[in-house]
Design a protein around this ligand. Structure first.
Ligand code: PEP
Ligand code: MN
Length: 332
């Protein structure tokens, strides 16, 4: 249940009410809200005269639900805003991993030359084998910061575990919580304590309800800036790396107020499918795309098979505007 407190209730009293009802207290759009489990269906007795408004839910999709807020949330980073009434579809692009200064500079220059704003690249890589490239760590974050300053780009990079959350929060414009980390409550709770946007990727065995609940950890902890990212789920099929769940995207659009980014690169796993899939994603009227592109994919240290080269990426980008226009969107 979400309870909106009357404006006359001051912070100290609001906190006391929250504590005695085991509720989260958040400030959102200059109002105070208490959030309890969805199993609560009625205003607790004694509180009736302190409540301005309340919402009851069938499950714990509460702050993220369209029942609480019908319009998609606006999320801003740098001079880009997605969600709300913007109709923007932000193209987030870059290599899987930061590998060297030369490589990430080439990536940043590609984005700049195409008037794109937001560079992705991992520094702390959550690999499935301990023997694979694990990322450059802090050195990679510093290289990303250099790109951010030199080229005025927004940067998104992944937090893999508790050892470096604060570094990632400090160095990045959008915190990426990966498919393998989205159940990590230490990470989610740390992300709740900042106001930086958090992009949560759906785990490949995660139901839509669980996915939304991981967003609720961040929202109920006080950070309203959450973006959901569908990146493919695991099915019986092995011909492609994962299966991009577009039905799930339709469900999220219908039931949640969070901006949605689609990542066809990790879903497909092979560069050949990415252009067609990207156009299909744009046609769904979404808030952003996450595409892996590398100056020389053949020598990439992670996800080599799925990264586009620069020419392939430029060719793809050229085809997206008409698709976006057809669904009332603009690629930014
Ligand atoms: C990535 O974005 O490079 C990544 C590791 O993605 P995921 O968490 O979706 O596997
Ligand atoms: Mn990758």
């Amino acid at each position: 249940m979400i309870l909106e407190l009357k404006n006359s209730i001051q912070s100290t009293e609001a906190q006391q009410i929250a504590d005695s009802n085991k509720a989260f207290l958040i400030n959102y759009n200059e109002k105070k809200y208490l959030i309890t489990s969805s199993s609560m269906k009625e205003i607790p007795s004694g509180l009736e005269d302190k409540i301005a408004n309340h919402w009851v839910f069938p499950n714990d999709n509460q702050l993220a639900s369209r029942h609480f807020q019908s319009e998609t949330r606006e999320v801003s980073f740098g001079n880009v805003t997605i969600g709300g009434k913007t109709n923007n579809t932000v193209m987030i692009a870059g290599p899987c991993s930061v590998e060297s200064e030369e490589q990430i500079t080439q990536s940043a220059e590609l984005l700049k030359s195409l008037n794109l704003t937001t560079l992705r690249a991992g520094s702390f890589k959550p690999r499935t084998s301990p023997y694979s490239f694990q990322g450059l760590g802090l050195e990679g974050l510093k290289l990303l910061q250099k790109m951010r300053e030199k080229y005025g780009l927004n940067v998104i990079t992944e937090v893999r575990d508790a050892t470096h959350i604060q570094d990632v929060i400090e160095y990045t414009d959008i915190i990426q919580v990966g498919a393998k980390a989205m159940y990590d409550q230490g990470i989610l709770r740390a992300c709740a304590k900042t106001q930086k946007p958090v992009l949560i990727k759906r785990g490949f065995g995660t139901t839509l309800q669980e996915f939304v609940q991981s967003a609720e950890f961040v929202l109920s902890g006080g950070n309203p800036n959450v973006i959901l990212c569908e990146r493919g789920i695991r099915t019986f099929e092995t011909g492609t790396r994962f299966t991009l769940d577009l039905c799930g995207v339709a469900w999220l659009k219908e039931h949640t107020n969070l901006p949605i980014v689609l990542d066809p690169s990790h879903a497909m796993g092979y560069a050949y499918g990415i252009p067609d899939l990207t156009r299909a994603c744009v046609a769904m009227g979404i808030d952003g795309l996450l595409i892996e592109v590398h100056p020389n994919p053949k020598v990439a240290k992670s996800d080599a098979a799925q990264q586009l080269n620069h020419d392939e990426f430029k060719e793809l980008l050229n085809t997206l505007d008409p698709v976006a226009k057809a669904v009332g969107r603009k690629i930014v």
